[in-house]
Design a protein around this ligand. Structure first.
Ligand SMILES: Cc1cc2nc3c(=O)[nH]c(=O)nc-3n(C[C@H](O)[C@H](O)[C@H](O)COP(=O)(O)OP(=O)(O)OC[C@H]3O[C@@H](n4cnc5c(N)ncnc54)[C@H](O)[C@@H]3O)c2cc1C
Length: 417
């Protein structure tokens, strides 16, 4: 094997999309994946305009659309009474941002990146568990459990939530949210109630929420049920078990309760994120994707941030490559680190607060509902900072929105003074 330009550790959506972005510049890229096969576990994934804009640039958007569903509306409902709280008109949103909002099975998206990597000549190696990293002035290396060292100009660690590479930067641990996600995809023919597949729907309730949308051209219904585990809150190890699922949704409306038997009950995902860190580059080694910024999933931006990371890095490599094809690697990594950590910090922290808002109970739930019902459908002031074009430089990062205090709902309900 000849020495590649770039070694990427981890063949998830972050690693593969970055491998594709770099290989289409003509670079030699090697991906090291620990599993026996490349693949994704899980169900659906939502892709907002800040991602579909990049997929279009990659020439992959038409294929993603063909394999996924482009819904008309995103609707938030109260999980207890089923009433509508707010919505996004996704056709209007597409006009606003220039690119669609779509949903796709994550294994379909992963497979598409895998095919694109194969066609672009990326070296894709499996059963390569990376256990340590090396570097000197000229090269970086990823050393596997089997004793091989894979060297390149730079090593990108896209090795997920439990990243080995992250230990080069911090001794932090994943932060448990005490929430757990159940997933379940069912053939639409087996769904006993009418479900509008032109909508992405989230039912938000006290300490729980439920999401559904169509997949694979509407052949499948994707469902996600998320709740706070009392056993996790009590500090027990055995948390998130199926008995907790049913109890957590006991106070929700009939529609949500009817869907619970159709969740996969033999596998669940405990939900962790990590506190943001501002340093992702150590010499010739850089973190990317969940290794750098694992979020809670409430903003549906985790995989998107990973895809954006790879696009930003590749754009800087393109910019900092001379006529002979020699890349200023230190410059490209510095430019990447100058812009991405701040954006991802905002997403990770906003996702935590957004999740809290979804899960409110009592008076705070009522205040939230008043404020959400007040919001105009075409008001994009809360999404511009995230759905707009991905910033390449810090000065391009859009301003954050102004949060609305929950207590201001009391003024709304009381009417004009
Ligand atoms: C319930 C739920 C819903 C979500 N919904 C959305 C959504 O709608 N939209 C969205 O954008 N995001 C969503 N996310 C987040 C998204 O799934 C993740 O942020 C994203 O998959 C991270 O991709 P990654 O490639 O960085 O990491 P991973 O997908 O974790 O990939 C890491 C890869 O590295 C490999 N690896 C790990 N360690 C090593 C090692 N030492 N050596 C070699 N290989 C290694 C792993 O086997 C894996 O293949 C959701 C997450 C959850 C839990």
């Amino acid at each position: 094997m000849s020495t590649p330009d770039v070694v990427i550790v981890g063949g998830g959506i972050g690693g593969l999309s970055t491998a594709f972005a770099l290989s289409r510049l003509g670079l030699r890229v090697r991906v090291l994946e620990q599993a026996k096969q490349f693949g994704e576990v899980g169900a659906g994934i939502q892709l907002a305009p800040n991602c579909t804009r990049i997929l279009e640039d990659y020439g992959l958007l038409d294929e993603v659309k063909a394999r996924g569903v482009v819904p008309d509306r995103m609707v938030m409902r109260d999980a207890v009474d089923g009433s509508e709280l707010t919505s996004l008109d996704l056709r209007d949103l597409e006009r606003e941002y220039g690119f669609p909002y779509l949903v796709i099975h994550r294994s379909d998206l992963h497979a598409l990146f895998l095919e694109a990597c194969r066609e672009a000549g990326v070296e894709l190696l499996t059963e390569q568990r990376v256990v340590s990293y090396t570097q000197d002035a000229g090269k970086a290396g990823a050393a596997t459990q089997a004793g091989a060292v894979h060297e390149a100009n730079i090593v990108i660690a896209a090795d997920g939530l439990h990243s080995v590479a992250r230990t080069l930067f911090t001794d932090d641990r994943p932060v448990s949210s005490a929430y757990v996600a159940y997933r379940g995809t069912v053939p639409i023919a087996e769904v006993d109630r009418p479900v509008d597949l032109s909508e992405v729907v989230v039912y938000v309730g006290p300490r729980c929420h439920f999401v559904h949308y169509g997949l694979r051209g509407g052949d499948l219904l994707n469902q996600v049920a998320v709740f706070e585990s009392p056993k996790a809150v009590a500090g027990l190890d055995d948390w998130g078990t199926p008995d907790e699922l049913d109890t957590a949704f006991a106070a929700t409306c009939d529609f949500v309760q009817d869907r619970l038997p159709h969740m996969w009950r033999d596998k669940w995902w405990r939900m962790y994120d990590r506190d943001p860190i501002g340093t992702w580059v150590d010499g010739r080694i850089a973190l990317l994707g969940d290794a750098a910024h694992p979020p809670l999933q409430y903003m549906a931006q985790g995989a998107i941030m990973a895809i954006e990371d790879g696009w930003v890095l590749a754009e800087h490599v393109r910019r900092l490559r001379d006529a002979d094809g020699v890349v200023d690697w230190a410059g490209a990594l510095a430019a990447y680190e100058a812009v991405r950590p701040e954006h991802c910090r905002r997403v990770v922290l906003t996702a935590r607060v957004w999740g809290e808002l979804w899960h409110l109970d009592g008076i705070r739930r009522a205040q939230r509902n008043v404020l959400l019902r007040e919001r105009a459908v075409g008001d994009y002031s809360f999404t511009d900072w995230v759905y707009g074009p991905t910033a390449l430089f810090p000065a391009d990062e859009p301003p954050m929105f102004e949060p609305i205090p929950l207590a201001s709902a009391d003024r709304v309900s009381a009417g004009p003074a």
